[in-house]
Design a protein around this ligand. Structure first.
Ligand code: KG4
Length: 351
């Protein structure tokens, strides 16, 4: 089965071709340089750039895979969650192509793409022995723990109650004047720093008060206090930023707090739910410190870990076609969405 994947949910314009679930091309155009002056993604700029770039990116994905439009068996497109105006560009292109080529279209939830990206590569995906699986999704827009007793069955057991992990890194970097996006810049500038130099908070554990969320508090994340702690630290110790070594230590400590808050809750989840494996996916899963913590956790618990290859961590279309392939190959039909849904919820395949 030859599938074309299309992803335009935020600021990456991406297309990919998968043959029987194996990634044959994965073309990503990042708009980061266009948004960097504003310190975040500007929806109007994003959608206009998708319109300009998507046709060329699709053609590049096809030629990279050595195939033609006529050889495609179907198209998979992200239809949510994300920025409405960005989602619409990929969705409209996918829908038009599917009609013109008379091939089926299927809609994919962006987070499903991230989750199944851990199984993708140059060979067809192998999911045997990985379920039940705990997935930690860490991106710029979301942070959640998803328990999957089988592929296509999603139970959200914890999530952030404020900022996402990527957002905490992006906002922290902006606050320190480091630029956008924060995750990679923080990783780079923290290199060689002492992650224990400043003790930052790790989320909700020491905070009292009423708990109004449906999830177990011990499995939920909170990064807004961490960001505020960074702000206060900089205000109270302005000299830190003038000293390169202290600045490096501060950034390393901030990065450590984000990674640690994620790892601690994942470990609790693995203690509470029977798992054959666990996965960490999404843009932040590129982070070296977090990847190392995940590997240590895997050794400690004796539970196998699945991580995406670096090119599949941040937004891409291979993960969208890959999620579609895994679903279709289990006998589920193509389901073309009627529209995009910026607030799309994860839905079980069987429902
Ligand atoms: O998954 P993604 O590409 O987009 C969303 O679906 O949100 O994730 C983007 C996020 C950004 O917040 C970015 O700062 C973060 O991933 N990120 C990283 C790294 N590379 C990207 N965070 C930490 N370390 C990195 N190396």
């Amino acid at each position: 089965m030859i599938l074309l994947g299309i992803e335009t949910s935020c600021d990456e314009t991406a297309a990919a071709v998968l043959i029987d679930g194996a990634v044959r091309s994965n073309v990503i155009y990042s708009q980061i340089a266009k948004h960097a002056p504003y310190g975040g993604v500007v929806p109007e700029i994003a959608s206009r750039d998708h319109v300009k770039k998507l046709p060329g990116i699709i053609e590049e994905a096809l030629s990279g895979a050595g195939c033609t439009f006529a050889q495609l068996d179907g198209i998979a497109v992200t239809y949510g969650p994300g920025l409405a105006s960005s989602l619409l560009i990929g969705y409209s292109a996918a829908r038009a192509l599917s009609r013109r080529l008379a091939i089926p279209l299927t809609g994919v939830h962006h987070h499903e793409g991230h989750i199944y990206s851990v199984f993708l590569g140059e060979n067809p995906p192998v999911l045997d022995g990985a379920f039940p699986m705990m997935a930690l999704l860490v991106s710029g827009g979301d942070t959640k723990l998803v328990y999957m007793k089988e592929p296509g069955h999603y139970q959200i057991i914890g999530q952030t109650i404020d900022d996402a992990a990527g957002e905490a890194l992006d906002k922290g970097a902006l606050l320190l004047g480091l630029g956008y996006p924060g995750g990679p810049i923080i990783q780079r500038t923290a290199e060689g720093g002492n992650p224990k130099a400043v003790r930052f908070p790790r989320g909700l554990d020491n905070v009292g008060g009423e708990w109004k969320y449906e999830f177990d508090r011990k499995l939920c994340f909170s990064f807004s206090g961490l960001k505020t702690a960074l702000l206060y630290h900089v205000q109270n110790h302005p000299e830190t930023l003038a000293d390169e070594s202290r600045k490096r230590d501060l950034i390393a400590s901030y990065q450590e707090a984000v990674a640690d808050a994620l790892a601690v809750r994942l470990e609790r989840a693995l203690e509470q739910y029977p798992c054959a494996a666990f996965a960490c996916a999404g843009g932040v899963s590129l982070n070296k410190v977090l990847r190392e913590k995940m590997k240590q956790l895997s050794e400690k618990c004796g539970t196998p870990l699945h991580l995406s290859s670096p090119k599949l961590c941040t937004d891409n279309a291979a993960m969208i076609a890959g999620a579609a392939y895994i679903k279709l190959s289990r006998g589920y039909p193509f389901t073309a969405p009627d529209d995009v849904n910026p607030n799309l919820k994860l839905k079980n395949w069987a429902d």
